[in-house]
Design a protein around this ligand. Structure first.
Ligand code: KE4
Length: 429
């Protein structure tokens, strides 16, 4: 596969951006080689600058659940642009999107739009601290909630991919308020709260972890976290930046029957444009300025073009669409597992809805520690063999792949076909 132009552009990019990228996980550090510079996308496909056609399972890391350049999303954004790109003032578009969110997630009694998932989670932590008057909060090893200081402790995603235990630059005085435990271990959470529950403002969790690769919550785990929060007066923050409107119409909270105090969003609700949001109980959210004293703000929050893209996306996420995503994703997961078995390569395929990960591990993968036992060298060889075969997967063992409504059964069968020799190539290393 020709990559001359990507290589030339990557060399130029490294004179401009740290590591040649504007977000670390794009740099292929987890798999080696040269990142592909993308020229355009359409439906389930992307074309890189060297003209290589790729079946895309990254989907901009989750937002593109309808695929690239969905005509309705394009039309909505173009129409919004004709009226004006941004006003810095209230506009009807933000109400229309918020009402769609609230209709599917009635626990979101109030919300605030921002421009990224990081803003949303950072604000949610600040709000939980302001509401409870407590400084400590609990996150889980391997869960990634964006690049905000308090959350860059034992994070997943790019931090995990680069093997950075925590990020330098986060003052110890701040990090000490971020408590961490293994994910999926309810007894550990109960022990922690029994000892110091009165000082803990919140638990924040990915309900289905996507940032260590996909980790599936054990039965009762999420409900257990909710019960611990209720018992000790802490808030449950469910980070649905990745799972929101992805794993079900009501997100993971709808899928697992949670009643979170706060929930955060990003990705899908922006339809590919920059949007984040946090929301939840009115009693909590009404502490946010200007209704209350907890400050949060953003120049482009509620931007009419981004609101239009998000609304056009959510409007096309019907129950039949989730059924199709389930069927396509199940076929893909089963087909990949069968190909790995045929090649004699031990893998675990973890999947919830249309997010999945192939772990190169012989044993079950249910938390960060078990995920880290995966053979990242084999993953890297498999990744490149798939890429050579025209299949574009997330360039890290510790990320989720995404199926969109633009993917077809033919895309999935092509992917499964390419995976056979790719697993054989992975085993050779
Ligand atoms: P952003 O600030 O990147 O919009 O959202 C941060 C975030 C928060 N919470 C969860 C559960 C997330 O998955 C993310 C962002 N996810 C990564 C992919 N694993 C974004 C990709 C990247 O960092 O380039």
């Amino acid at each position: 596969m020709k990559t001359d132009l990507s290589q030339k552009l990557f060399a130029r990019a490294q004179q401009l951006f740290p590591g040649g990228v504007n977000s670390p996980v794009r740099a292929f550090r987890g798999v080696g080689g040269t990142p592909r510079f993308i020229a355009r996308g359409r439906g389930s496909r992307m074309w890189d600058v060297d003209g290589n056609e790729l079946v895309d399972y990254v989907g901009s890391w989750g937002p593109l659940i309808l695929g690239h350049c969905h005509p309705d999303v394009m039309r909505a954004v173009q129409e919004a642009m004709k009226a004006g790109s941004s006003f810095g003032a209230p506009c009807p578009a933000e109400i229309l999107l918020a009402e769609l969110v609230q209709a599917r997630m009635p626990w979101v009694q109030r919300m605030r739009f921002c421009s990224s998932g990081t803003e949303a989670t950072t604000a949610a932590i600040r709000l939980a601290r302001g509401f409870t008057g407590r400084d400590d909060f609990l996150k889980f090893d391997g869960c990634y909630h964006g690049a905000g200081d308090p959350l860059l402790v034992k994070a997943g995603s790019g931090v995990e991919t680069l093997g950075l235990p925590d990020s330098p630059g986060v003052p110890a005085d701040l990090a000490r308020h971020t408590l961490t435990l293994p994910w999926n271990d309810l007894a550990a959470v109960e022990r922690l709260f029994a000892g110091r529950g009165g000082s803990i403002a919140a638990i924040i969790t990915e309900p289905v972890v996507g940032n260590m690769g996909v980790l599936v919550p054990k039965p009762g785990y999420l409900e257990g976290l909710q019960a611990v929060c209720r018992k000790h007066g802490a808030l449950l923050i469910v980070d649905e930046v990745m799972t929101g409107f992805r794993v079900a119409a009501g997100g993971a909270c709808g899928r697992y029957g949670l009643a979170p105090d706060l929930v955060t969003f990003g990705k899908v609700i922006g339809g590919g444009l920059p949007v984040g949001a946090f929301g939840g109980r009115a009693e909590v959210m009404d502490r946010v300025a200007p209704a209350g004293p907890v400050y949060q703000a953003g120049t482009l929050s509620g931007n009419p073009m981004a609101m239009a893209a998000g609304r056009a996306t959510l409007e096309r996420l019907e129950p039949a669409g989730y059924q199709r995503l389930e069927e396509l994703s199940a076929r893909l997961a089963d087909g990949l597992a069968a190909q790995a078995r045929a090649a004699g390569v031990p893998v675990q395929v973890n999947r919830v809805g249309s997010m999945l990960t192939v772990f190169f591990s012989a044993g079950p993968v249910f938390d960060a520690a078990s995920a880290r036992k995966s053979d990242t060298g084999r993953f890297g060889r498999w990744f490149h063999a798939m890429l050579e075969g025209g299949i574009y997967l997330p360039p890290s063992q510790f990320e989720a792949a995404f199926v969109s409504l633009a993917h077809t059964p033919e895309d999935v069968e092509e992917t499964i076909r390419v995976a056979g020799p790719a697993f054989a190539a992975a085993a050779k290393g």
